[in-house]
Design a binder for this molecule. Sequence first.
Ligand code: ZN
Length: 93
Amino acid sequence: METIRQRMIALLTEGEYTDRELSQLLGIREKEVLHHLEHIRQSAMARKMKLKVIPARCLHCGYSFESRRRLSKPGRCPRCKGEHVEDPRYHIA
Ligand SMILES: [Zn+2]
């Protein structure tokens, strides 16, 4: 488990990824990706790192989910009710 998390940290330090991309790169399920991301977010401060979330965006009206605090992806847009919502991306700074 620790190895996967370290690989995830290495990936996120180098670039921006969605949970789907991380699940494919690491060979784990998206649910597990989110579980690891929560731990990384909590432990990041102690290591002087910060998990940044590039907000999900509605592909229909451009609404940005800036204020969303949960890590999982939103289902539909609160403004236009569209369901084509781009996945949020994660990055460690
Ligand atoms: Zn929308």
